[in-house]
Design a protein around this ligand. Structure first.
Ligand code: CA2
Length: 153
């Protein structure tokens, strides 16, 4: 791991609308607010924070994280429930992956109970609104630091 860890925080479709609609589900923070929360929680680590409405672009960024990042926080949004291609990209990673959701999908509609991304995630944080991201960043960096401290085998 480089001296300053690099954390990728990737956000899936429609999360650019955060704070604009459905605040009762997703909270009042905008995506820019969430980015600021992640940067604060990262305590000096480099945060690469991105959002896309396109599945292929998210997959390209996951592949990029394979070589550029020490850990990945991913809110796949709707693609978590549908995308085997995103799961396949995640399976090629060896860095820690923390799946992150603002809401608790398991407590909502049945179709949200299944996540392909969970099959490749090291852990999951959900249900705490924007605070989920703070917890996910802390967990991801902790895992990255633990791995870099581990003697090579
Ligand atoms: O709770 C989450 O973070 C979700 O990943 C959000 C996704 C949803 O499909 C997942 O089941 C759970 C939806 C993101 C859409 O975000 C919006 C935000 C504001 C207004 C409209 C959509």
């Amino acid at each position: 791991m480089p001296e300053t860890p690099v954390l990728y925080v990737l956000n899936g479709p429609n999360l650019n609308l955060l704070g604009v609609r459905e605040p009762h589900i997703y909270g009042r923070e905008t995506l820019a607010d969430v980015q600021a929360i992640c940067e604060r929680a990262a305590e000096g680590a480099t945060v690469v924070f991105r959002q896309s409405n396109r599945e292929g672009e998210l997959i390209d960024w996951v592949q990029e994280a394979r070589t550029e990042a020490s850990a990945l926080v991913l809110n796949p949004a709707g693609y978590g429930h549908t995308s085997i291609a995103l799961l396949d990209a995640l399976k090629a990673l060896t860095i820690p992956v923390v799946e992150c959701h603002l809401s608790n999908p398991a407590a909502r509609e049945d179709f949200r109970a299944h996540s392909y991304v969970s099959l490749a995630a090291t852990g999951i944080v959900s249900g705490f609104g924007a605070h989920s991201y703070e917890l996910a960043v802390q967990a991801a960096l902790r895992l990255a630091r633990e791995r870099s401290a581990r003697p090579a085998r």
